[in-house]
Design a protein around this ligand. Structure first.
Ligand code: NZQ
Ligand code: ZN
Length: 387
């Protein structure tokens, strides 16, 4: 096991009727609040009213920045920074899914500086004393509610880049599974797929030879994501299934799974971000279109690892190690199909002629993420396998 520092400062309030706590949790950092949210789901499901009431009850002055789109864009981040500066906001409160929380993190980072916030995403500047952030999570997927990462698309250059900074962990996140009752079946599935992908990125790219603690934690998270997603798709108002899915997604990308694994890569996300940037596909749908192809290019290189995944997650024991390894890829792909997620570029209607442009775009992110084992040719080879 490699040396590691595990320090996750985010306070989590999990469970029923936790949303009314957001007021106190937010004004602990300041009374002038920037409330960030999306395109209206929280107004339909009543979360907006609860949050406003809670903030007003504790005397907060609220400025609103609504309209965050799925796969958030830089120009909208700039608008949020402007509103926050004009109203001298002291704290940001994000109410939504990963897109809302990520845009809020970028706003927190951008308010105290004069330069373009995009410089953080290209590694040209580092974050210094960002505004504090609190969140109410409404979609189980990204893990942004308990991590220091964020992903934004530069809508001028069509680059969807992500970065992390230890100052950008949310101070407090409210996780009430009932807030996700209104998430439709497709985004429920995409969220579960995103959580599975977060685990697979660590599981299949670590080079540490013996990681039993992390392996069984990760295998358990994948099993839970699949099982709880299936239960939610049967009954969207199943609280315990929504709770299991929510906590699984948070644990899948809060630093715990990667502790001790040493250097890992994020190849599936590196490629998917280009699909979301070019075609604005939901993040989880882009991942389910990329993962099977990426796995097929890797399984022959690491048959034992893939066979362990097949055995422990899907109980597959078919003949040789190589045969079992392929069974795991097939079983995961079959689950994507079962939850009606795309499993190829063709199912996303991405033409072969776009592949060179996607590879070039993804390579730019691979460079920022210092993924030296990836070249444009290698990415093209993976994309061809994803057709
Ligand atoms: O516009 P709103 O009202 O927010 O509607 C959203 C959006 O249309 C809707 N929704 C959210 N909660 C709902 C709901 N609809 C009904 N009921 C609710 N309770 O769902 C749609 C998708 O929301 P979005 O926030 O985009 O989804 P998700 O949470 O999957 O976030 C995706 C974003 O997270 C980034 C992705 O790149 C993508 O931009 N990621 C962030 C990461 C991080 N910070 O660590 C890591 C991830 O790998 C991921 O890259
Ligand atoms: Zn993701």
């Amino acid at each position: 096991m490699q040396n590691f520092v595990f320090h996750n400062p985010t306070k989590i309030l999990f469970g029923k009727n936790t949303v009314p706590s957001i007021g106190n949790e937010t004004v602990a950092f300041g009374n002038k609040v920037l409330l960030v949210y999306g395109n209206g789901s929280i107004k339909h499901n009543g979360i907006y009213d609860q949050v406003i009431q809670s903030l007003q009850d504790v005397g907060a002055t609220i400025s609103e920045h609504a309209g965050v789109q799925s796969n958030p864009i830089l120009s909208h981040v700039h608008q949020g920074i402007k509103i926050a500066k004009e109203n001298s906001c002291e704290v940001v409160c994000a109410v939504g899914g990963g897109s809302v929380i990520d845009e809020a993190k970028a706003i927190c980072a951008g308010v105290p500086v004069q330069h373009d916030v995009w410089k953080f995403f290209t590694g040209k500047k580092s974050v210094k004393n960002p505004l504090p952030l609190t969140t109410v999570l409404t979609l189980a997927a990204s893990g942004s509610e308990m991590n220091s990462g964020m992903v934004v698309t530069n809508d001028a250059t069509l680059q969807k880049f992500g970065f992390a900074n230890k100052h950008l962990f949310p101070k407090t996140s409210i996780l009430d599974p009932a807030c996700t009752f209104s998430v439709p079946a497709d985004y429920t599935a995409y969220g579960a797929i995103d959580a599975v992908a977060h685990v697979l990125e660590f599981y299949f790219t670590t080079t540490e030879p013996y990681t039993p603690v992390q392996d069984r934690l990760m295998e358990g998270l994948v099993i839970n994501a699949i099982e709880s997603c299936n239960r939610v798709l049967e009954d969207p108002f199943n609280y315990s299934a929504r709770a299991a899915l929510m906590w699984t997604a948070t644990l899948a990308l809060n630093g715990l799974t990667g502790a001790g694994l040493g250097k890992i890569g994020f190849p599936m996300h590196m490629i998917e971000h280009s699909l979301s940037a070019f075609y604005n596909v939901p993040h989880g749908a882009g991942l389910s279109a990329v993962i099977p192809g990426w796995m097929r290019t890797q399984v022959k290189l690491h048959p034992k690892r893939f066979a362990q995944f097949a055995e422990r997650v899907f109980n597959k024991y078919e003949g040789t190690v190589g045969e079992t390894a392929y069974q795991g890829v097939a079983a995961l792909t079959a689950w994507f199909e079962e939850v009606k997620a795309p499993t190829s570029l063709t199912s996303l209607k991405v033409p072969d002629s776009d592949i060179p442009g996607i590879a070039e775009n993804a390579m730019a992110l691979a460079k920022v993420w210092r993924m030296r084992d990836y070249s444009e040719e290698k990415i093209t080879e993976i994309l061809l396998e994803c057709r």
